[in-house]
Unconditional design. Structure first.
Length: 64
């Protein structure tokens, strides 16, 4: 399981140039992430958030 910390959010660095925050940059960022994670054909948290929530819930139930 991977946690995606979108640029400019959470603990990621903030861009000095506010023009950095664009749909094009976010799409490119997601494409890069998908390229480096083996077999990452889907990003469930974006495509189907209800499925992602169920998967996380199942995972957390099994964690000691």
């Amino acid at each position: 399981m991977f946690f995606y910390d979108q640029s400019g959010c959470g603990k990621s660095d903030r861009a000095a140039d506010k023009n950095f925050y664009s749909v094009e940059n976010y799409v490119a960022e997601l494409a890069e992430i998908r390229a480096v994670i083996p077999k990452a054909s889907h990003l469930h948290q974006i495509e189907r958030p209800e499925i992602f929530a169920a998967v996380v819930g199942d995972f957390l139930r099994d964690v000691d």
